[in-house]
Design a protein. Structure first.
Length: 379
């Protein structure tokens, strides 16, 4: 009996060892990094190339003919409205002014005499000492003398105006370009009349061409008298004169502006339309400068955002890996909105605060137990 008990005990121990041998070991947890879904007020932007243009571009013209005697500016410098730019020899115009003044003074004497004759004879018409015919002649002479005086005064004003035209001033503030004439040149209407050109620098326009399918959205905002804000981004080269392979010498500067104009036609060849923004040009960029225009069309309130690198594609749509409450990886289908830099707007599929996997997803399958290795920071 004792022998039978020992044999039974041996077989029980043997079976127990076999059961322990077939039990699989626990799988190690997959290490992952995650980031929480967060919400922002996301601007909807339209990014297009643009070029700057001047609000005013004015040609400096000579309004009288004469010999150019002086130039008072450096070509390419900034000028202020009213600055003296050129001078024309005014000798002949000064003499014309003196002559006009002499004619005016003579006409004034004649009109004064005619007035006195009229005043002396006016009481005599009632007594019959002066005939009506004689009085009518005196009245006519007075009116003629006054008309000649007015004509002479106009001649003086015209002569003064011509003298003033011999000093040519800046019609606007801006940067003046190269001069088209040199001192000693005969200038005037029909002969070297355009002397130089001034372009206004600030404020300045930026022109760009949005696609036609964006017109309804832009027009709605303009019709509501709301200004569409924009950023104008300029690229500057700060290298030492040699090409930079890495491009590290290129820097960008941005200024704020607003949309002020939309053209009334669509180009049939490009299906785009002209739009124009305005900005304060503190850095004095010249007309024709290339710029990147970032036009803000609207703002999405409470937009859910995730890192763009977390988004994966499968047949029929997009998904992200999320972490369940049991610390297991799950596939979550999502609907995408616009991308903003390194972050992606999610229209549906996620809730604020959910953890999406951003690293370590290559070896995952649905239900994999995971371990978060990075601290989750709230946005």
């Amino acid at each position: 009996m004792r022998r039978f008990a020992l044999i039974a005990l041996f077989f029980c121990a043997l079976l127990s060892c076999k059961e322990e041998a077939v039990t699989p070991p626990a799988l190690p947890l997959t290490s992952i990094s995650v980031e929480n879904v967060f919400a922002i007020d996301m601007p909807i932007q339209l990014i297009l190339p643009g070029t700057t243009s001047s609000v005013q571009d004015v040609e400096v013209e000579a309004r009288v003919q004469g010999w150019l005697t002086q130039r008072h500016f450096q070509q390419g410098q900034e000028v202020v409205k009213g600055d003296l730019l050129y001078e024309i020899d005014a000798t002949s115009f000064d003499l014309q002014l003196l002559q006009s003044i002499a004619v005016m003074e003579s006409a004034a004497v004649q009109s004064d005499y005619a007035q006195k004759e009229y005043d002396r004879n006016e009481p005599l018409i009632k007594t019959g000492a002066v005939s009506m015919q004689t009085f009518d002649q005196l009245e006519s002479q007075l009116e003629e003398a006054l008309a000649q005086l007015a004509q002479a005064e106009a001649g003086v004003a015209l002569a003064e105006l011509n003298v003033s035209y011999c000093s040519i001033h800046a019609p606007i503030s801006g940067i003046i370009g190269k001069t088209n004439v040199d001192v000693g040149t005969l200038i005037g209407p029909g002969t070297n009349s355009t002397l130089a050109e001034i372009v206004q620098i600030s404020p300045m326009f930026v022109e760009f061409y949005p696609p036609a399918n964006r017109l309804p959205q832009i027009s709605t905002t303009i019709d509501s008298n709301e200004a569409l804000p924009m950023q104008i981004v300029f690229t500057e080269n700060l290298s030492e004169g040699q090409p930079s392979i890495g491009g590290s010498a290129l820097t960008t500067n941005s200024v704020n502006g607003s949309l002020i104009f939309v053209d009334n036609t669509i180009s049939s060849s490009t299906s785009t339309f002209l739009a124009r923004g305005e900005f304060i040009n503190e850095r004095k960029n010249l007309p024709g400068t290339y710029a990147k225009v970032i036009l803000q069309l609207s703002v999405v309130k409470g937009a859910l955002m995730i890192p763009a690198k977390a988004v994966m594609q499968q047949s029929g749509g997009y998904f992200v890996w999320t972490v369940s409450s049991e610390s297991k990886a799950e596939i979550t289908p999502i609907t995408l909105g616009a991308i903003q830099g390194e972050y992606q707007h999610v229209l549906s599929g996620l809730n604020i605060g959910e953890a999406v996997i951003i690293e370590g997803a290559s070896s995952l399958h649905s239900g994999t137990s995971v371990k978060i290795t990075n601290p989750i920071e709230a946005k």
